[in-house]
Design a protein around this ligand. Structure first.
Ligand code: URA
Length: 236
C-alpha cells in the first residue's frame, strides 16, 4: 500500500470521480479511522485504513476479491441485454472500481462466481493453462444412466473443439442429478457435454471452484463476501 491524498484514496475505492470525492470530503461526509477530515489534500498511509463514508465503514483495499452467490436471471456480461448484470448485486463502488466476473456463468446458472478488479488475477484464473477444478451440480432432463457417466468421463466431442472434452470426475447424485467436475471453462461446457452425451441439462449450479466451496461461505442467493488470502490460496 502507499501514501495518498484523501481524495485519491476515496476515488481508488470507487466512491466516484475525483471532483465528487473532494466534495464529499469538504462537506464532512468522510471520516478516516473515526475522525472527520475535511481537507482532501491530507495524506494517509493506506494500509489498514478504515474510511467512514455517509456513516458506513469501508476498509481500504488495494484490490478486491469477491465471491458472489449468483442467482438465476442475472447476466455476467459487461453489457447485459436480457437480464440485469451481476454487478447490480454489488455496491456501486465495485462498478466504479471496474470489478468484473472471473469467467462467466450462463444467465440461468446459479452458484459461485468470483469477481475482482485485479486484472492479472482475472487473466490468470481465466487462462486455459490453469487447471482449477470447477464443481457443478447438474439436473438432467432424462434419467442419469451409467452410460452417461461413462461417456462424460471418457470424453465427448463438441462441434468446435479439436479434441473430446472429459470430466475429471462425474458421479450420480440422484435419478436426474449429477455432480460433474471440469478443469476447462468452455462456453456452455456442461450443457453442451450433456447434450453431446444424449441427455439435456435442465438446471445448473456451481458449488465450488478449487477449494472454495460455496456452502462453506454461508451466503444466500444474491449475497457476496470478500475473499481473503486463505481462500485465494485455495484457488492455486
Ligand atoms: N457450463 C455451462 O454450460 N454453463 C455454465 O454456466 C457453466 C458451465
Amino acid at each position: 500500500m502507499s501514501k495518498l491524498s484523501l481524495d485519491r484514496i476515496l476515488q481508488s475505492q470507487g466512491f466516484g470521480t475525483r471532483k465528487y470525492c473532494r466534495s464529499l470530503i469538504e462537506e464532512g461526509d468522510v471520516a478516516v479511522d473515526g475522525t472527520v477530515h475535511s481537507s482532501y489534500k491530507t495524506v494517509f498511509d493506506t494500509s489498514n485504513l478504515t474510511l467512514t463514508v455517509f456513516d458506513e465503514e469501508w476498509l481500504v483495499r488495494e484490490r478486491v476479491y469477491i465471491a458472489l452467490y449468483k442467482p438465476a436471471n442475472f447476466e455476467c456480461s459487461r453489457k447485459p441485454s436480457h437480464h440485469p448484470g451481476v454487478l447490480t448485486l454489488l455496491p456501486e463502488q465495485f462498478t466504479w472500481r471496474d470489478v468484473q466476473p472471473v469467467g462467466r456463468l450462463d444467465h440461468d446458472t446459479t452458484g459461485l462466481l468470483l469477481m475482482s478488479d485485479d486484472g492479472p488475477f482475472i487473466h490468470a484464473q481465466s487462462s486455459p493453462k490453469r487447471h482449477v477444478p470447477k464443481v457443478y451440480q447438474a439436473t438432467t432432463a432424462e434419467p442419469v444412466t451409467d452410460a452417461l457417466i461413462e461417456q462424460l468421463l471418457a470424453g465427448v466431442q463438441l462441434h468446435d473443439e479439436p479434441a473430446p472434452l472429459k470430466a475429471i470426475s462425474c458421479v450420480q447424485r440422484g435419478e436426474y442429478q449429477i455432480e460433474i467436475v471440469l478443469e476447462q471453462g468452455k462456453y456452455h461446457q456442461v450443457k453442451r457435454m450433456l447434450a453431446a452425451a444424449g441427455n439435456h441439462c435442465g438446471g445448473l449450479h456451481r458449488s465450488a471452484i478449487g477449494g472454495v466451496v460455496l456452502e462453506s461461505l454461508r451466503l444466500s442467493e444474491g449475497e457476496w463476501c470478500f475473499l481473503g488470502n486463505q481462500s485465494l490460496a485455495l484457488l492455486a
